[in-house]
Design a protein around this ligand. Structure first.
Ligand SMILES: Cc1cc2nc3c(=O)[nH]c(=O)nc-3n(C[C@H](O)[C@H](O)[C@H](O)COP(=O)(O)O)c2cc1C
Length: 200
């Protein structure tokens, strides 16, 4: 398969510069070395102010609506947030509260977070994974947690963490491809090759 994957990365950080955004950029770069991708980064520092005042999706300005649609039509999502009070930021959740309940079914999602405490690494498992399980998304097996000390001047400088990113990507690639092949087969079958194409 040679198609280019639409990767949408979301950083839930409220800061610029941001360790979380730096982490997301490293992950997207690693994905780009392993897969043909085109990527789009959404940061809550940019998007957040227009989200914060909206109580319903219909109140969002067109640029924010366009970002939601990018998330909903991505082939692969990379989502990350700093840990705030043992969870993702409130605005990160507010963003995903606007996402259609069924838009992310089977979408592969790579989970990541950064925190000030090494003891909050399980945020990936007890906050992010349940949220994306709700969406029936395909959360990828290895999540990435970064600690403040993994960065120098908002650049990732810990080689162990870099190796973890490579591992997460290596584990993700076969899952992503098989997921896309399955989706393509279904589309081909629905386009007229017949349901028998699914049985091949
Ligand atoms: C309001 C607030 C709450 C935070 N709560 C936690 C927390 O519960 N656990 C933790 O490990 N770090 C916590 N932190 C630290 C941030 O998660 C950490 O510094 C993170 O790397 C910041 O990412 P950023 O540079 O993208 O903003 C908190 C920081 C703030 C400002």
């Amino acid at each position: 398969m040679t198609r280019t994957l639409k990767v949408v990365a979301v950083s839930g950080s409220l800061n610029h510069p941001s360790k979380t955004t730096a982490l997301v950029e490293e992950i997207v770069a690693a994905l780009g070395r392993a897969l043909p991708i085109e990527s789009h980064l959404i940061t809550l520092t940019d998007l957040g102010p227009s989200l914060a005042g909206a109580l319903t999706r219909s109140q969002l300005p067109p640029q924010a609506e366009a970002e939601l649609q990018r998330i909903e039509t991505a082939d692969l999502l990379v989502v990350a947030s700093p840990v705030y009070r043992a969870s993702f930021t409130g605005l990160f959740k507010h963003l995903f509260d606007f996402i259609d309940q069924y838009a992310l079914v089977d979408t592969p999602v790579l989970l990541a977070a950064s925190g000030g405490s090494e003891r909050h690494a399980l945020i990936i498992e007890h906050q992010f994974r349940p949220l994306f399980a709700f969406f029936q998304a395909l959360t990828l097996p290895v999540g990435i947690y970064a600690h403040d000390s993994d960065f120098t001047d908002y650049r990732l400088t810990n080689e162990t963490l870099r190796a973890r990113i490579e591992k997460a990507v290596a584990k993700a690639v076969p899952v992503i491809w098989s997921n896309l092949e399955e989706k393509d087969e279904i589309v081909r079958a629905l386009d007229g090759e017949g349901v028998s194409a699914l049985a091949e």
